[in-house]
Design a protein around this ligand. Sequence first.
Ligand SMILES: *Cc1c(COP(=O)(O)O)cnc(C)c1O
Length: 430
Amino acid sequence: MNTQNSKNAFQQAVKHIPGGVNSPVRAFKSVGGNPLFIQSAKGSKITDIDNNEYIDYVASWGPMILGHSHPDVIEALHQTALKGTSFGAPTLIETEIAELICDMIPSIESIRMVNSGTEATMSALRLARGYTKRDLVIKFEGCYHGHGDSFLIKAGSGALTFGTPNSPGVTKGTASDTLTAEYNNLDSVLNLFREYEDQIAAVILEPVTGNMGVVRPTDEFIKGLRKACTENGTLLIFDEVMTGFRVAKGGAQEILGITPDLTTLGKIIGGGLPVGAYGGKKEIMEHLAPNGPIYQAGTLSGNPMAMTAGLVTLKKLHETPDFYEKLEEKAAFLCNGLQENLNKLNFPGVINRVGSMFTLFFTNEKEVNNFSDVMKCDTDLFAKYFMLGLESGIYTAPSQFEAGFISIAHSTEELQKTIDASYRALEQLK
Ligand SMILES: *Cc1c(COP(=O)(O)O)cnc(C)c1O
């Protein structure tokens, strides 16, 4: 496969962009390759600047649940652009999308739009601290909540991939306000509640993780968190930036049957444009400016382009009959095929999947349920598998510690092609 244009483009990019990329994992560093520069994408396919076509399981890291450049999204964006791209004043579409989100996720009664998932979690945390008048937050090892200072403590995703879960530049003061616990270990949380009685503003987690790979919470863990937060006057924040509208119409909270106090959103709600949001109980949200004293603002927040792409996407998810059933079928088909490959070749590995999010962990363990299980994975083996995938036209996230995403545009034929390519790769690696 010829990727010379991408190689040249990368050499140019590094001259004026740190590491040649605007978000670290894109650099392919952990798999030792050269990133592919993308010229276009349509449906389930993505095309690099050497005209190689790949079946895409990155989906822009989650947002593209309808597939790339969905004609309805593009047409709506075109119409909106003709009327002006930003006013910094209220528009009707903001109310419309807020109503729809509150309808789809009942725990959200009131919602504020921001421009990224990072902004959503930072703002939700400030709200939780201002509301509870407490400083401390509990997060979980391997969970990623964007690059806000408070969250770059034992963080997942790129921070984990590059071995910088605790980033330099975060002050000691900020770091000491973040307590970390173990995912799927309720006692590790209860101990912190005992030790820091009446000081914990919020517990934040990915209610199904994607940023250390896909891990599902146990029933005991998630129910225990809800109970402990209620008993201690602590807000439970579900960071559903990845899982929102992804694992179910109502997000992870729907499938888990748990009502958080606040929810953060991003990725899919922007339909491929930069959007984040946070929302929850009206009583809490009313503490935000201009009604309350907790300040948060944004020049481009709720801008018409982003709201348009988000609204058209969410309407499709809401109104297409059996959308999530169909997506589930596709995801199950792919992951069953991948599992059969492992079985046939007697290849050690664990596939975790929730809805259309999945991870193939290269591990000798039988299950992957927490951060320490994840850390036992063979990242060198993953890197080789990743490269073999690319060579057969399969584009996946260039890190073991990420989720793969299936869109509604992935055809059975493409999924089968992926299963076959995976089989050949595993056979070669055995
Ligand atoms: C992607 C992600 C974020 C950060 O969102 P950005 O838009 O990249 O800032 C936060 N939390 C979770 C769970 C995410 O998956």
